[in-house]
Design a protein around this ligand. Structure first.
Ligand code: NI
Length: 200
């Protein structure tokens, strides 16, 4: 969320061709932020992606676990690594009860974040963190279901970054949406909030 709509609007005004609808959110950052913040729309739903081992995975695979769903990209310089580290630390703090939680990292940069690439990345944060990627349409559908904003921001040359919302969504064992942690939530807070949702 560090760049925001202003930069996107500026890029559009400066004549850079808009990217295809499937490679970024179809809705504005403000609209999606409101949907999440004020709980105006259902959050979550089915997804069909591929994990860091190249295995197809859907939301159904994680039924029975409390899912922590985080959208980001591996080249993210600061926000994603910090939040993923906090999730990993929170799981460790929960001890054996933490095993009822399935942390998921869904990339919004499938072009660079291949399964092989995720395989090197996710273990840095937690041994049970599952990385998910897919084709542009599958990633677009997953992000849309979670009301997650993402958009490519061109940098120098062929380089680019991805502006994205950074909520950690919490989904119950039956697949029901429970709420979200905002970016930068410390591990202690995550662990304390989740503990009452877990069997002792
Ligand atoms: Ni990020």
């Amino acid at each position: 969320m560090k760049l925001g709509t202003v930069v996107l609007a500026a890029a559009m005004l400066s004549g850079i061709a808009p990217l295809g609808a499937q490679t970024q959110s179809s809705r504005s950052a403000a609209e999606l932020m409101d949907a999440v913040m004020w709980n105006r729309e259902p959050i979550g739903g089915p997804f069909a992606l591929v994990d860091q081992n190249g295995k197809p995975r859907t939301n159904e695979d994680f039924r029975g676990k409390v899912m922590l769903v985080y959208f980001g990209f591996t080249y993210c310089p600061d926000v994603c690594p910090t939040d993923l580290q906090n999730i990993g630390l929170a799981l460790d703090q929960l001890g054996p009860a933490g095993e009822q939680i399935q942390p998921l990292f869904i990339t919004v940069d499938p072009e660079r974040d291949t399964a092989e690439h995720l395989k090197d990345y996710v273990p840095m944060f937690h041994p049970r963190l599952v990385g998910l990627t897919g084709d542009a349409a599958a990633v677009h559908a997953a992000a849309a279901a979670y009301r997650t904003y993402y958009a490519k921001i061109p940098l120098k040359g062929d380089d680019y970054t991805v502006d994205h919302s950074s909520f950690t969504y919490v989904v119950g064992a039956a697949g029901q949406y429970l709420g979200f942690f905002p970016p930068g939530t410390p591990p202690e807070r995550i662990a304390e909030s989740l503990r009452p949702r877990l069997k002792p």
